[in-house]
Design a protein around this ligand. Sequence first.
Ligand code: RIB
Ligand code: CA
Length: 323
Amino acid sequence: MKKVILDCDPGHDDAFAIMLAARHLEVLGITGIGGNCVIENVARNALKILELIGRPDIPVFKGHSRPLAVELVTAPQFHGKSGLDGPELPEPRTPVQNKHGVDFIVDTLRAVGDVTLIATGPLTNIAAALNKAPDIVPRIREIVIMGGSVSFGNWTPAAEFNIFVDPEAAYRVFNSPVHVKMCGLNLTRQCLIGPAEAERIRRIPTRTASVAAELLDFYMEACRKLIGSDGADLHDACAAAWVIDPGLIKGAAMRITVELRGEFTRGMTVCDYRHLRGEDPLRDIYHEAGTAPRGGEPNAEAGMELDRGRFLSLLYDTLAGYP
Ligand code: RIB
Ligand code: CA
């Protein structure tokens, strides 16, 4: 099994990423990051999901409570005040670990190589670990994130929430030597879960599946009210699924960086995939005008196409395999 650390901000869709990862990957630990809700709720929600699926053995750590350089922005509109509104889940009996999440990431990578980092919240903890211990870079297999977009944003016209919350951290991650796989909104919007899929999940005879259906009920209603959609995108589950089954998502290599200064574009993932046009007809124009594309060599792979049927089978089988 692939060894992973899951950095997340549960959050309804993060909860599905936890369920997928815990079933199909060797989760060395979960590190929480302030994002959808405050860090205390993030940690509590992660523990609740782990106890629901019978995996209290997976340790949970609190990472940073806010971004590196700006105040925290949360999303109670989508996830409720607790960050996991909807189902009534018992208060967790398992304690949060004492070690800081960033120290857990650094110490684990120094002890265990070839670890995949899955990040489904703001990238503050990942950036902080890279800043604190550059020696961990060769020990990271790859970083797979839910964040950004090859096309448009959701929190602003240009920026997706996770990147918008901490653009400086995202810039650090994309400009590190580590290969990044990005499940952006252009991909995760292909993972819309609607009433039909929620009913299919509700019929799975496990407690985990019935809680999953209640999570979807809340999340779908919030999305319907706020953005008029007839379902909820399981954004974060795509990142975990891509690690579990690499064939489930078709990606494209490209240069990705993060806008930090744009009045209207701060937090935008600027994706240069002009080379995908094959022989670039504009190359000479750029060079003549002295505006050679700043793109440069690809540093990332952006998810472009989701095999939705294969994803849903993975999701249903996973939920059926839990208590
Ligand atoms: O924009 C979607 C992302 O923001 C997801 O990770 C969701 O959990 C929220 O954090
Ligand atoms: Ca998230």
